[in-house]
Design a protein around this ligand. Structure first.
Ligand code: FDA
Length: 394
């Protein structure tokens, strides 16, 4: 039987970071992945440029039942540490809105960085390899792989979440948690576009491709300010992806369609200056015309000359546009979601090491656990930080 110190299941962002760190400590490591190559999600991330971290990272940028859990790992291996590593590897990067950092050239650079970090004599990587069975022994674990059995002292589960099954996502990590009796937080798609009920979908069908800068708010009071994008299936764009992680079926979201424009004052001023101008033409100066036409067509607002609106009606219009509520029908699900909310309950894990409290030697890193980041490089930062701390302890 083959013997190694550490087996890492999953050669994604978190698994490779963990393997590299464990190797640097002199541990022998076997990385096993059922896919044909490493870091497949990294390669398609950030539109092929990988938004690998953010200039501003705190535990508040993560969704987790325990809001304090991420703090220790994020402090032990910070975004500055990863930025230094990127610079050490000579990778050019750029800052975009909201402190998001992207490769200038290609996401391939981040995969090469991880592979160079893992290029150590004590680290072996095996692809197209399935794990058929895991057994706990007195000193560690025995794993049955396709063609051999391997024993190890530490087992690191880095199998990621459920999003994008065509890139190799599986529920294997959750099944391992179940095997060892660990609690799980129910999973659902996060950072995902909304689908709409038929009446809304039909009303807004012609708006596909139109973006509007808005503020969006979930029922729990979480807010984001960015672009909302109409699509042929529903609503997308950065604000929608962000708020989807704070939305559960049946809830509404409230959109301020003119966050920087006090509409009552604007319309009152327009009515003074151009009393004969129609509401449609007035609002079309502030928002896309086709959107205003769609709202008139379905009777949400009434078009008439501005002089025919009294103060109360102007106030009602202002309230409507500053508090446009919409009840999504659902989300596009794991097929397009960037992340999986929920996962292995962090109560089961040490926040300092990522080791399970009840099964010595068993670690979970990355997205497989109940820690999900905002859009903006936070999910990779969690993979780096959680992978790094586990790598110091396996
Ligand atoms: P990850 O999913 O990266 O790796 C898991 C690995 O486990 C895979 O290699 C998989 O093949 C393997 N595996 C699964 N089941 C297995 C099994 N049964 N046996 C063996 N191996 C198995 N985040 C961000 O911060 N910035 C960004 O720009 C983006 N962009 C982005 C775009 C798209 C389209 C998606 C879907 C996601 C993003 N993300 C992102 C999110 C980010 O990709 C994600 O959070 C991290 O990749 C999670 O890293 P992990 O290592 O935990 O899982």
């Amino acid at each position: 039987m083959k013997q190694v110190d550490v087996v890492v299941i999953g050669a994604g962002a978190a698994g490779l970071m963990c393997a590299a760190q464990a190797g640097k400590r002199g541990r022998s490591v076997l990385v096993v992945d059922h896919g044909k190559k490493p870091g497949r999600k990294i390669l398609i991330s950030g539109g092929g440029r990988c938004n690998f971290t953010n200039y501003d990272v705190t535990a508040a940028n993560f969704v987790c039942q325990n809001p304090h859990f991420a703090k220790s790992a994020l402090a032990q291996y910070t975004h500055w540490d990863f930025i230094s590593l990127v610079a050490e590897h000579g990778i050019d990067f750029e800052e975009r809105d909201h402190g998001q950092l992207f490769c200038l050239d290609s996401a391939k650079d981040i995969v090469s960085l991880l592979l160079k970090e893992c290029d150590q004599p004590t680290i072996e990587q095996r692809y197209r390899c399935d794990v058929h069975d895991i057994e706990k022994t007195e000193t560690g674990f025995v794993l049955t792989l396709d063609t051999e059995t391997v024993s190890c002292q530490s087992l690191v589960v880095a199998t990621g979440g459920l999003s994008m099954p065509k890139l190799g996502a599986t529920p294997f990590g959750y099944q391992i948690a179940e095997q060892f009796g660990l609690k799980r937080v129910p999973t659902r798609a996060g950072l995902v576009p909304f689908t709409l009920h038929n009446n809304d979908k039909e009303a807004f069908a012609d708006l596909s491709g139109i973006a509007v800068p808005v503020t969006i708010e979930s029922e729990d009071g979480t807010r984001f300010k960015e672009n909302l994008l109409f699509t042929h299936r529903g609503l997308s764009g950065p604000v929608v992806l962000q708020i989807s992680s704070y939305w559960t079926p049946g809830q509404r979201v409230t959109v301020d369609l003119l966050p920087d424009n006090p509409l009552f004052d604007t319309l009152a001023a327009m009515a003074d200056k151009h009393p004969g101008q129609s509401l449609k033409n007035s609002l079309s100066r502030l928002l896309p015309k086709r959107f205003i036409e769609a709202l008139i067509e379905r009777g949400d607002i009434t078009d008439k000359p501005l002089k025919q609106f009294n103060q109360k009606e102007l106030q009602a219009l202002s309230d409507y546009f500053h508090n446009w509520t919409i009840a999504p029908n659902g989300t596009e699900g794991y097929r397009t979601a960037e992340v999986t909310l929920g996962g292995v309950d962090t109560d089961e894990l040490s926040s300092k090491t990522m080791e399970t409290k009840s099964v010595p030697g068993l670690y979970f890193v990355g997205e497989v656990m109940d820690v999900s980041g905002w859009l903006g490089g936070y999910n990779f930062q969690w993979a780096w930080s959680s992978g790094w701390v586990a790598g110091q302890n396996v």
